[in-house]
Ligand binder design. Sequence first.
Ligand code: GLA
Length: 401
Amino acid sequence: MKKLSLLCFLLLTTLGHSQKFEGLAETPPMGWNSWNTFGTDINETLVKNIADKFIDLGLKDAGYDYIVLDDGWMAKERDANGNLIADPIKFPGGMKALADYIHAKGLKFGLYNCAGSKTCAGYPGSRGYEYQDARSYASWEVDYLKYDWCNTEKLNAEGAYITMRDALKKAGRPMVFSICEWGDNEPWKWAKDVGHLWRVSGDIINCWDCEVGHGSWSSFGVWNIINMRKNIRSAAGPDHWNDLDMMEVGNGMTDAEDRSHFAMWSMLVSPLIMGNDLRTASPETIKTLTNQEVISVNQDKLGIQGFRFSNENNVEIWIKPLENDAWAMTFVNMNDKLVNLDFDWMKHDIGDDVNGKRMDLHNSIYNIRDLSSHTNLEDTSRNLKANLGIHEVLMVKLQKK
Ligand code: GLA
Protein backbone atom coordinates (compact mmCIF):
# COMPACT_ATOMS: atom_id res chain seq x y z
CA MET A 1 0.00 0.00 0.00
CA LYS A 2 2.79 2.35 1.02
CA LYS A 3 4.63 1.51 -2.18
CA LEU A 4 1.51 2.25 -4.21
CA SER A 5 1.02 5.70 -2.64
CA LEU A 6 4.70 6.47 -3.19
CA LEU A 7 4.30 5.49 -6.83
CA CYS A 8 1.18 7.68 -7.17
CA PHE A 9 3.00 10.55 -5.51
CA LEU A 10 5.99 10.22 -7.83
CA LEU A 11 3.73 9.94 -10.86
CA LEU A 12 1.72 13.01 -9.89
CA THR A 13 4.83 15.03 -9.16
CA THR A 14 6.34 14.09 -12.49
CA LEU A 15 3.13 14.83 -14.33
CA GLY A 16 2.71 18.04 -12.38
CA HIS A 17 6.10 19.19 -13.56
CA SER A 18 5.51 18.43 -17.16
CA GLN A 19 2.24 20.24 -17.76
CA LYS A 20 2.10 23.48 -19.67
CA PHE A 21 1.34 26.70 -17.77
CA GLU A 22 -2.40 26.41 -17.52
CA GLY A 23 -5.03 29.10 -17.84
CA LEU A 24 -3.00 31.57 -19.93
CA ALA A 25 -5.34 31.42 -22.93
CA GLU A 26 -8.84 30.75 -21.65
CA THR A 27 -10.04 32.71 -24.71
CA PRO A 28 -8.07 32.91 -27.98
CA PRO A 29 -4.95 35.11 -27.64
CA MET A 30 -5.16 38.52 -29.32
CA GLY A 31 -2.20 40.56 -30.49
CA TRP A 32 0.17 41.50 -33.30
CA ASN A 33 3.03 39.65 -34.99
CA SER A 34 5.71 41.18 -37.17
CA TRP A 35 6.06 38.48 -39.85
CA ASN A 36 3.27 39.03 -42.40
CA THR A 37 4.28 42.60 -43.15
CA PHE A 38 7.90 42.97 -42.12
CA GLY A 39 9.55 39.55 -42.42
CA THR A 40 12.98 39.81 -40.79
CA ASP A 41 13.14 43.58 -41.37
CA ILE A 42 12.24 44.52 -37.79
CA ASN A 43 13.80 46.85 -35.25
CA GLU A 44 13.34 48.51 -31.88
CA THR A 45 11.78 51.74 -33.15
CA LEU A 46 9.23 49.88 -35.23
CA VAL A 47 8.19 47.68 -32.33
CA LYS A 48 7.89 50.63 -29.94
CA ASN A 49 5.79 52.48 -32.52
CA ILE A 50 3.53 49.46 -32.84
CA ALA A 51 3.14 49.34 -29.05
CA ASP A 52 2.21 53.05 -29.08
CA LYS A 53 -0.38 52.36 -31.77
CA PHE A 54 -1.99 49.67 -29.63
CA ILE A 55 -2.93 52.45 -27.24
CA ASP A 56 -3.61 55.29 -29.71
CA LEU A 57 -5.84 53.26 -32.02
CA GLY A 58 -7.88 51.65 -29.23
CA LEU A 59 -6.48 48.17 -29.96
CA LYS A 60 -5.56 47.57 -26.34
CA ASP A 61 -9.07 48.60 -25.28
CA ALA A 62 -10.47 46.18 -27.85
CA GLY A 63 -8.59 43.33 -26.15
CA TYR A 64 -5.31 43.02 -28.08
CA ASP A 65 -2.33 42.65 -25.78
CA TYR A 66 0.50 40.49 -27.21
CA ILE A 67 3.23 42.05 -29.36
CA VAL A 68 5.20 39.18 -30.87
CA LEU A 69 8.52 39.51 -32.69
CA ASP A 70 8.78 36.80 -35.28
CA ASP A 71 11.91 35.54 -37.05
CA GLY A 72 14.86 37.93 -37.39
CA TRP A 73 15.17 39.45 -33.91
CA MET A 74 18.36 37.55 -33.01
CA ALA A 75 22.02 38.01 -33.83
CA LYS A 76 23.19 35.47 -36.40
CA GLU A 77 25.35 33.71 -33.77
CA ARG A 78 24.95 32.84 -30.11
CA ASP A 79 27.42 34.49 -27.68
CA ALA A 80 30.51 32.73 -26.33
CA ASN A 81 28.40 31.03 -23.65
CA GLY A 82 25.84 29.77 -26.11
CA ASN A 83 23.24 32.37 -25.11
CA LEU A 84 20.86 33.85 -27.64
CA ILE A 85 21.33 37.58 -28.09
CA ALA A 86 19.24 40.23 -29.77
CA ASP A 87 20.61 41.62 -33.05
CA PRO A 88 22.70 44.56 -31.70
CA ILE A 89 21.98 46.76 -34.72
CA LYS A 90 18.22 46.16 -34.90
CA PHE A 91 17.68 46.07 -31.14
CA PRO A 92 20.48 48.08 -29.52
CA GLY A 93 18.65 48.26 -26.18
CA GLY A 94 18.26 44.47 -25.99
CA MET A 95 15.18 42.41 -25.31
CA LYS A 96 14.70 43.17 -21.63
CA ALA A 97 14.47 46.92 -22.27
CA LEU A 98 11.99 46.33 -25.09
CA ALA A 99 9.91 44.05 -22.86
CA ASP A 100 9.93 46.80 -20.20
CA TYR A 101 8.66 49.35 -22.74
CA ILE A 102 5.85 47.04 -23.80
CA HIS A 103 4.93 46.05 -20.23
CA ALA A 104 4.83 49.68 -19.14
CA LYS A 105 1.94 50.13 -21.56
CA GLY A 106 0.06 47.24 -19.98
CA LEU A 107 0.83 45.01 -22.97
CA LYS A 108 2.61 41.65 -23.25
CA PHE A 109 5.73 40.62 -25.10
CA GLY A 110 6.31 37.60 -27.34
CA LEU A 111 9.29 36.13 -29.17
CA TYR A 112 9.86 33.52 -31.86
CA ASN A 113 12.24 30.63 -32.14
CA CYS A 114 12.34 27.24 -33.76
CA ALA A 115 12.69 23.59 -32.71
CA GLY A 116 15.34 23.00 -35.39
CA SER A 117 19.02 23.81 -35.56
CA LYS A 118 18.20 27.09 -37.32
CA THR A 119 15.05 29.17 -37.69
CA CYS A 120 13.31 29.32 -41.06
CA ALA A 121 15.23 32.50 -41.90
CA GLY A 122 18.57 31.00 -40.78
CA TYR A 123 19.02 32.41 -37.26
CA PRO A 124 20.09 30.17 -34.33
CA GLY A 125 17.41 27.58 -33.49
CA SER A 126 16.76 26.10 -30.06
CA ARG A 127 17.64 22.47 -30.80
CA GLY A 128 19.93 21.38 -27.97
CA TYR A 129 19.56 24.75 -26.22
CA GLU A 130 15.95 24.51 -25.10
CA TYR A 131 16.49 24.95 -21.34
CA GLN A 132 19.12 27.66 -21.83
CA ASP A 133 16.88 29.62 -24.23
CA ALA A 134 13.87 29.28 -21.94
CA ARG A 135 15.96 30.80 -19.14
CA SER A 136 16.89 33.73 -21.40
CA TYR A 137 13.24 34.37 -22.29
CA ALA A 138 12.25 34.22 -18.62
CA SER A 139 15.03 36.65 -17.68
CA TRP A 140 13.78 39.09 -20.34
CA GLU A 141 10.20 38.68 -19.03
CA VAL A 142 8.81 37.24 -22.22
CA ASP A 143 5.11 36.30 -22.06
CA TYR A 144 4.63 34.30 -25.27
CA LEU A 145 6.81 32.01 -27.37
CA LYS A 146 6.03 31.07 -30.96
CA TYR A 147 8.00 27.91 -31.75
CA ASP A 148 8.52 26.98 -35.40
CA TRP A 149 9.49 23.78 -37.20
CA CYS A 150 12.19 24.48 -39.82
CA ASN A 151 15.46 22.49 -39.99
CA THR A 152 14.20 19.77 -37.68
CA GLU A 153 15.38 16.85 -39.84
CA LYS A 154 14.23 13.66 -38.13
CA LEU A 155 13.02 15.21 -34.87
CA ASN A 156 9.79 13.84 -33.44
CA ALA A 157 7.37 16.77 -33.28
CA GLU A 158 5.47 15.80 -30.16
CA GLY A 159 8.75 15.10 -28.32
CA ALA A 160 10.37 18.34 -29.47
CA TYR A 161 7.41 20.49 -28.41
CA ILE A 162 7.16 18.68 -25.07
CA THR A 163 10.87 19.38 -24.46
CA MET A 164 10.34 23.10 -25.01
CA ARG A 165 7.17 23.13 -22.92
CA ASP A 166 9.07 21.51 -20.05
CA ALA A 167 11.95 23.94 -20.49
CA LEU A 168 9.56 26.89 -20.22
CA LYS A 169 7.94 25.37 -17.16
CA LYS A 170 11.32 24.85 -15.54
CA ALA A 171 12.35 28.44 -16.29
CA GLY A 172 9.38 29.42 -14.17
CA ARG A 173 7.85 32.37 -16.04
CA PRO A 174 4.34 31.73 -17.39
CA MET A 175 4.45 31.98 -21.18
CA VAL A 176 1.83 31.21 -23.79
CA PHE A 177 3.32 28.45 -25.95
CA SER A 178 2.39 28.77 -29.63
CA ILE A 179 3.11 25.62 -31.63
CA CYS A 180 3.93 26.26 -35.27
CA GLU A 181 4.55 23.01 -37.16
CA TRP A 182 1.97 23.86 -39.85
CA GLY A 183 -0.35 20.95 -39.01
CA ASP A 184 2.13 18.46 -40.47
CA ASN A 185 2.02 16.20 -37.40
CA GLU A 186 -1.64 16.76 -36.50
CA PRO A 187 -1.00 18.61 -33.22
CA TRP A 188 -4.77 18.81 -32.57
CA LYS A 189 -4.41 15.12 -31.60
CA TRP A 190 -1.61 15.53 -29.03
CA ALA A 191 -0.92 19.17 -28.17
CA LYS A 192 -3.72 20.02 -25.75
CA ASP A 193 -1.41 19.65 -22.76
CA VAL A 194 1.65 20.89 -24.63
CA GLY A 195 0.73 24.31 -26.02
CA HIS A 196 -2.02 26.92 -25.93
CA LEU A 197 -2.43 27.15 -29.71
CA TRP A 198 -1.16 25.27 -32.71
CA ARG A 199 -1.01 26.23 -36.36
CA VAL A 200 -3.17 24.04 -38.57
CA SER A 201 -1.70 24.97 -41.97
CA GLY A 202 1.21 26.32 -43.93
CA ASP A 203 1.66 30.08 -44.07
CA ILE A 204 -1.18 32.41 -44.87
CA ILE A 205 -0.95 34.85 -47.78
CA ASN A 206 -3.01 37.97 -48.42
CA CYS A 207 -5.58 36.56 -50.83
CA TRP A 208 -9.16 35.43 -50.58
CA ASP A 209 -8.81 32.04 -52.20
CA CYS A 210 -5.44 31.10 -53.69
CA GLU A 211 -2.49 28.80 -53.19
CA VAL A 212 0.96 30.15 -54.03
CA GLY A 213 3.77 27.61 -54.47
CA HIS A 214 7.34 28.36 -53.38
CA GLY A 215 9.03 25.15 -54.49
CA SER A 216 8.88 22.78 -51.52
CA TRP A 217 6.11 24.67 -49.71
CA SER A 218 2.99 26.73 -50.39
CA SER A 219 1.17 29.70 -48.88
CA PHE A 220 -2.58 29.65 -48.60
CA GLY A 221 -5.35 32.21 -48.91
CA VAL A 222 -8.02 32.81 -46.28
CA TRP A 223 -10.57 30.33 -47.64
CA ASN A 224 -7.97 27.70 -48.44
CA ILE A 225 -7.05 27.62 -44.75
CA ILE A 226 -10.68 27.65 -43.61
CA ASN A 227 -11.56 24.74 -45.89
CA MET A 228 -8.41 22.74 -45.20
CA ARG A 229 -9.32 21.82 -41.64
CA LYS A 230 -13.07 21.73 -41.32
CA ASN A 231 -13.01 18.52 -39.30
CA ILE A 232 -10.94 19.37 -36.25
CA ARG A 233 -13.25 21.79 -34.50
CA SER A 234 -13.77 19.59 -31.45
CA ALA A 235 -10.01 19.85 -30.69
CA ALA A 236 -10.36 23.56 -29.87
CA GLY A 237 -11.45 24.94 -26.52
CA PRO A 238 -10.38 27.16 -23.63
CA ASP A 239 -6.58 27.15 -23.31
CA HIS A 240 -5.98 25.11 -26.51
CA TRP A 241 -6.85 26.58 -29.89
CA ASN A 242 -6.61 25.75 -33.58
CA ASP A 243 -4.49 28.63 -34.95
CA LEU A 244 -5.47 29.64 -38.49
CA ASP A 245 -2.38 31.88 -38.68
CA MET A 246 -1.71 35.59 -38.27
CA MET A 247 -4.35 37.69 -40.00
CA GLU A 248 -3.96 39.45 -43.33
CA VAL A 249 -6.57 42.11 -42.51
CA GLY A 250 -5.27 45.42 -43.91
CA ASN A 251 -2.74 43.74 -46.18
CA GLY A 252 -4.27 44.27 -49.59
CA MET A 253 -7.58 42.42 -49.83
CA THR A 254 -10.74 44.49 -50.21
CA ASP A 255 -12.40 45.90 -47.09
CA ALA A 256 -15.27 43.43 -47.58
CA GLU A 257 -12.82 40.53 -47.78
CA ASP A 258 -11.07 41.78 -44.66
CA ARG A 259 -14.39 41.91 -42.82
CA SER A 260 -15.20 38.35 -43.90
CA HIS A 261 -11.71 37.15 -42.94
CA PHE A 262 -12.03 38.74 -39.49
CA ALA A 263 -15.54 37.37 -39.00
CA MET A 264 -14.43 33.85 -39.94
CA TRP A 265 -11.36 33.91 -37.66
CA SER A 266 -13.76 34.95 -34.90
CA MET A 267 -16.27 32.20 -35.72
CA LEU A 268 -13.50 29.62 -35.75
CA VAL A 269 -12.05 30.80 -32.42
CA SER A 270 -8.68 31.32 -34.03
CA PRO A 271 -6.24 33.52 -32.14
CA LEU A 272 -6.68 37.08 -33.44
CA ILE A 273 -3.11 38.05 -34.22
CA MET A 274 -2.89 41.10 -36.46
CA GLY A 275 -0.24 41.02 -39.20
CA ASN A 276 -0.51 44.48 -40.74
CA ASP A 277 1.42 47.74 -40.37
CA LEU A 278 -0.50 49.52 -37.64
CA ARG A 279 1.37 52.78 -38.31
CA THR A 280 -0.26 53.19 -41.71
CA ALA A 281 -3.51 51.24 -41.25
CA SER A 282 -6.63 52.81 -42.77
CA PRO A 283 -9.56 53.82 -40.54
CA GLU A 284 -11.62 51.06 -42.22
CA THR A 285 -9.01 48.43 -41.30
CA ILE A 286 -8.95 49.60 -37.69
CA LYS A 287 -12.74 49.61 -37.63
CA THR A 288 -12.75 45.98 -38.73
CA LEU A 289 -10.07 44.94 -36.24
CA THR A 290 -11.71 46.70 -33.30
CA ASN A 291 -15.30 45.63 -33.94
CA GLN A 292 -16.14 44.74 -30.36
CA GLU A 293 -19.26 42.76 -31.20
CA VAL A 294 -17.36 40.51 -33.60
CA ILE A 295 -14.50 40.15 -31.12
CA SER A 296 -17.02 39.06 -28.46
CA VAL A 297 -17.91 36.10 -30.66
CA ASN A 298 -14.25 35.09 -30.80
CA GLN A 299 -13.82 35.63 -27.07
CA ASP A 300 -17.04 33.91 -26.00
CA LYS A 301 -16.37 31.98 -22.80
CA LEU A 302 -17.65 28.64 -24.12
CA GLY A 303 -14.82 28.61 -26.64
CA ILE A 304 -16.73 26.47 -29.15
CA GLN A 305 -15.32 26.53 -32.67
CA GLY A 306 -17.97 27.31 -35.29
CA PHE A 307 -18.83 24.98 -38.14
CA ARG A 308 -20.02 25.09 -41.72
CA PHE A 309 -23.78 24.76 -41.88
CA SER A 310 -24.38 24.98 -45.62
CA ASN A 311 -23.74 26.77 -48.86
CA GLU A 312 -26.79 28.28 -50.51
CA ASN A 313 -26.44 30.12 -53.85
CA ASN A 314 -22.72 30.22 -53.22
CA VAL A 315 -23.23 31.98 -49.88
CA GLU A 316 -21.27 30.19 -47.16
CA ILE A 317 -23.27 29.84 -43.94
CA TRP A 318 -21.36 29.17 -40.71
CA ILE A 319 -22.69 28.79 -37.20
CA LYS A 320 -21.25 29.00 -33.69
CA PRO A 321 -22.96 28.37 -30.35
CA LEU A 322 -22.39 31.09 -27.75
CA GLU A 323 -22.95 31.52 -24.02
CA ASN A 324 -26.51 31.96 -22.72
CA ASP A 325 -28.02 29.89 -25.55
CA ALA A 326 -27.13 32.53 -28.10
CA TRP A 327 -25.75 31.78 -31.56
CA ALA A 328 -23.51 33.57 -34.05
CA MET A 329 -24.00 33.12 -37.78
CA THR A 330 -22.06 34.35 -40.77
CA PHE A 331 -23.28 34.55 -44.33
CA VAL A 332 -20.37 35.13 -46.73
CA ASN A 333 -21.00 35.96 -50.36
CA MET A 334 -18.50 33.88 -52.32
CA ASN A 335 -19.87 35.18 -55.64
CA ASP A 336 -18.13 37.78 -57.75
CA LYS A 337 -21.40 39.68 -57.89
CA LEU A 338 -23.92 41.13 -55.48
CA VAL A 339 -26.36 38.63 -53.93
CA ASN A 340 -29.77 39.15 -52.38
CA LEU A 341 -29.85 36.98 -49.30
CA ASP A 342 -33.28 35.65 -48.37
CA PHE A 343 -32.97 33.15 -45.52
CA ASP A 344 -36.15 31.44 -44.34
CA TRP A 345 -35.61 30.39 -40.70
CA MET A 346 -38.61 28.04 -40.80
CA LYS A 347 -37.03 25.97 -43.56
CA HIS A 348 -33.89 25.30 -41.56
CA ASP A 349 -33.13 23.06 -38.65
CA ILE A 350 -30.04 24.48 -36.96
CA GLY A 351 -28.07 22.59 -34.36
CA ASP A 352 -24.62 21.60 -33.23
CA ASP A 353 -24.60 17.84 -32.77
CA VAL A 354 -21.06 17.77 -31.36
CA ASN A 355 -22.06 20.04 -28.48
CA GLY A 356 -25.66 18.88 -28.17
CA LYS A 357 -27.18 22.31 -28.86
CA ARG A 358 -30.16 23.15 -31.04
CA MET A 359 -31.88 26.33 -32.04
CA ASP A 360 -35.56 26.24 -31.26
CA LEU A 361 -36.73 28.14 -34.33
CA HIS A 362 -40.17 26.54 -34.55
CA ASN A 363 -41.33 27.22 -30.99
CA SER A 364 -39.42 30.39 -30.16
CA ILE A 365 -38.53 33.66 -31.75
CA TYR A 366 -34.96 34.96 -31.72
CA ASN A 367 -33.83 38.56 -31.86
CA ILE A 368 -31.21 39.22 -34.53
CA ARG A 369 -28.35 41.62 -34.02
CA ASP A 370 -26.18 42.72 -36.97
CA LEU A 371 -22.65 42.72 -35.56
CA SER A 372 -21.20 44.90 -38.31
CA SER A 373 -23.69 47.72 -38.37
CA HIS A 374 -24.44 47.38 -34.64
CA THR A 375 -28.17 47.43 -35.29
CA ASN A 376 -31.05 45.14 -34.45
CA LEU A 377 -32.63 43.47 -37.46
CA GLU A 378 -36.09 41.93 -37.70
CA ASP A 379 -36.51 38.75 -35.67
CA THR A 380 -36.69 35.13 -36.85
CA SER A 381 -40.46 35.30 -37.45
CA ARG A 382 -39.56 36.75 -40.86
CA ASN A 383 -37.00 35.85 -43.48
CA LEU A 384 -33.57 37.38 -43.07
CA LYS A 385 -33.02 39.63 -46.05
CA ALA A 386 -29.87 41.48 -47.01
CA ASN A 387 -27.87 42.61 -50.00
CA LEU A 388 -24.40 41.18 -49.82
CA GLY A 389 -21.66 42.78 -51.91
CA ILE A 390 -18.83 40.79 -53.45
CA HIS A 391 -17.13 38.69 -50.73
CA GLU A 392 -19.06 40.64 -48.09
CA VAL A 393 -20.15 39.11 -44.81
CA LEU A 394 -23.31 39.47 -42.78
CA MET A 395 -22.56 38.40 -39.23
CA VAL A 396 -25.43 38.16 -36.79
CA LYS A 397 -26.06 37.11 -33.21
CA LEU A 398 -29.30 35.38 -32.32
CA GLN A 399 -30.81 35.43 -28.86
CA LYS A 400 -34.13 33.96 -27.79
CA LYS A 401 -36.73 36.64 -26.96
C1 GLA B 1 7.46 29.87 -40.88
C2 GLA B 1 6.21 30.21 -40.07
C3 GLA B 1 5.86 31.66 -40.28
C4 GLA B 1 7.02 32.56 -39.88
C5 GLA B 1 8.28 32.15 -40.64
C6 GLA B 1 9.52 32.86 -40.12
O1 GLA B 1 7.21 29.94 -42.24
O2 GLA B 1 5.15 29.38 -40.43
O3 GLA B 1 4.69 32.01 -39.55
O4 GLA B 1 7.23 32.42 -38.49
O5 GLA B 1 8.53 30.75 -40.55
O6 GLA B 1 10.67 32.49 -40.79
